[in-house]
Design a protein around this ligand. Structure first.
Ligand SMILES: Nc1ncnc2c1ncn2[C@@H]1O[C@H](COP(=O)(O)OP(=O)(O)O)[C@@H](O)[C@H]1O
Ligand SMILES: [Mg+2]
Length: 273
């Protein structure tokens, strides 16, 4: 994954520009930054669903948009209606595409084999994310953490090489944030999947990260966590005092990161560049 001098303009406004970054295969990378700075926009540029105003984005060796099947995408959270009757397993099934299970020979036998292979894969990913015990319940009636596991399973059905997860920990309680973060990290290392995860709070994922991309002030800064996650860099990016502490067992903890949107989204009007 590579951004070269990339810029995106939406509604006549430059969201970010001169973005250069590189994410290696199999890496686990967080996209961080205040609300409204363009983190989701960055993910959509990776997917090729938003055009660039300038520069180039290459994903899995191809121009963005050319690797659809190899990317699992979890959009920023929408809540499921508690009355929704659709079961978890049906949500997971939505992740399959027809062509992967395509029919090499005409006839009912291969159609049946295709459907069987598809069902086997669905069962496999449900097992993988630990959703076996609740996958048959209506999605609107399982907990937020369980919904996220099912959505991750959906993103995995097609055996992607890359996962783009937009705030998958959002609105989860702390124990669920920790367990879903651990699950995503396990999947990444076990299957060599590149994971790019947008997060509001870096702490639950900090120990897993190979790299960090900070989106702020109309641009992006990236690098290894030890270099980017420093009191100085974060305070500058968030325009508020932030401390990076070390716990007695050597973990980093970020303190003072704004919880809620710290700035009005319009603050980029009159972008200085
Ligand atoms: N289609 C659009 N047209 C104009 N502005 C948009 C559009 N989509 C998003 N924006 C604006 O782009 C900025 C970045 O949005 P987004 O990438 O969703 O931010 P983040 O994910 O970091 O919270 C926001 O100010 C948002 O209002
Ligand atoms: Mg967003």
């Amino acid at each position: 994954m590579r951004f070269e001098d990339a810029a995106v303009t939406l509604g006549g406004r430059t969201i970010w520009s001169r973005v250069n970054l590189e994410v290696g295969r199999g890496e686990f990378v967080a996209v961080l930054g205040p609300n409204g700075v363009g983190k989701s926009t960055l993910i959509k540029a990776m997917l090729g669903i938003l055009p660039l105003a300038e520069g180039r984005v290459t994903v899995l060796g191809r121009p963005a948009g050319g690797s659809g099947k190899d990317i699992g995408y979890l959009p920023q959270r929408r809540n499921f209606d508690p009355n929704l009757r659709v079961r978890g397993i049906d949500i997971v099934r939505l992740g399959s595409d027809g062509d992967r299970w395509g029919l090499p020979f005409p006839g009912g036998a291969s159609l049946f084999a295709g459907a069987k292979a598809q069902q086997a894969r669905i069962d496999e990913v449900i097992e993988l994310v630990g959703a076996g015990s609740f996958a048959h319940r209506p999605i609107g009636q399982v907990s937020g953490g369980e919904q996220q596991r099912l959505l991750i399973a959906q993103a995995l059905v097609r055996r992607p090489q890359m996962l783009l997860l937009d705030e998958p920990l959002d609105s989860l309680d702390l124990p669920n944030q920790a367990s879903v973060a651990a699950l995503i990290s396990e999947i990444s290392s076990e299957y060599g999947i590149t994971v790019i995860i947008v997060a509001h709070d870096v702490n639950p994922i900090l120990s897993y990260l190979d790299g960090v991309v900070y989106v702020a002030r109309g641009g992006a800064v990236s690098g290894p966590p030890e270099r980017v996650i420093t009191s100085e860099t974060l305070s500058t990016l968030y325009e508020t005092p932030i401390e990076v502490l070390r716990t007695s067992d050597g973990r980093m903890v970020v303190v003072g990161q704004p919880e809620a949107p710290a700035h009005h989204a319009d603050r980029h009007t009159g972008h200085p560049r």
